[in-house]
Design a protein around this ligand. Sequence first.
Ligand code: ZN
Ligand code: ZN
Length: 467
Amino acid sequence: MGLDLRRFAVRTVYRLLLNYIDKNVYSPLTRLSSRRIQRSDMSRISKIKGFFDLFPPESTVYVFMEETARQMFARYAYQEIKIPILEQTELFARSIGLETDVVQKEMYTFQDRKGRSLTMRPEATAGVIRAYIDSPASGSGNVSRYFTAGPMFRYERPQKGRARQFHQVNVEMLGEDSAFADGEVLSMLWSYLQNLGLHKLNMQINSLGCAKCRPKFDAGLRKFLAGLDQNSLCTDCQRRAMSNPMRVLDCKSQGCREVASKAPLILDSLCTECRVHFRHVLEILENFNIDYELNPYLVRGLDYYQRTTFEVISADIGAQSAVAGGGRYDGLVRDLGGPDVPGIGFACGMERLALLLQNIQERPLDFYLAVLHQDAMEKAMILTQRLRGKGFHGEMGFQVKSIKSQLRSANKKNVKTCLLIGLDELKGGQVQVKDMSTGVQRAVSQEDVEQALGLNLKSRAENFVHH
Ligand SMILES: [Zn+2]
Ligand SMILES: [Zn+2]
């Protein structure tokens, strides 16, 4: 009897505790339910600020950027990978650096139901490295080449070409530290941007030194900054001057820029290995006719870069608009608990690129099949399915309408050819084929429709047209 009572007491306490957790820990849900969401509530739910829906023609531009990357990078032996959007917060704090704006001010961080701190990735490199360390590839001793594309999240003030959910095409090469690796990655990036149709490009490049020469430079810079009137730096940089002095060099505020112009330059204090490496990278860029410019103030916003860092600027958007950037991060894999494997990579900001690629459209449909009598509907569907199986892009109208209104819809869809099938065609085993650009119409046997449409099987990249 006493045991039963105790069991009852324990159960009651346990139930009360669960109730408490439900009410207080899962408060976001509780708050929702207290507002009594009802199925009958028909009000519209708006999207979150800084987040955007993409429809054609915008979404077409994004698909074009990804498809072009997929096809091009495959030629360089890059494998496409898919990695999680959510990671442990610690991954970004340790790789990007605690002192960076990204980690301090811009991450979407929250606790999950078990109280773990999780972050929606603000960039892709850290996640790719974490995944690489978890995979057999990291122990293979081979060079690994990865490409991934998808959304990133940063809590920034939304503005033109910048959203809180933005998209990147991302490339990482792991396992090779020679200048040839840098050269391959940089020339692939350059070719990619050119293949997208961008030409007014300029590559800004710098070397940030290595574990051997960088600390000496940092110490010198720290000394230089300490000797200044503190008010000549912005408040962020007064802090950075001690914790991460190099970040002062790429601060956008006027006073800090003046300070930077008198500061010692990293390029002057590179060790011999770093200097030889950098010179070799520049030689490769010259061999490939890549239009580059040395920029000793280019340090990039993330802590993990070493040696080669770069940004590609497009003259079409304006002075400060990098469409891509990246660099070498030789210590990062080891710092995240993996083997001592060097790496280099880049990210292309798809929102910025999209501003430059507004004239990309999907290839028009090859055909529109207009049905002129209800009895022809089944036959039309079979024919449409057959043509799609042969690689043609097209659709059929689901409603029987007059020829005039069918042709009007075909015209609106910008199709090359309109196929018409009515009662006469059904009985005679034929289809009317109308060339929408010339207006010429002729009857062909249903067996010969493919031939009449022209066997223009296209690969995916050709599914787009530049205007
Ligand atoms: Zn060095
Ligand atoms: Zn500053």
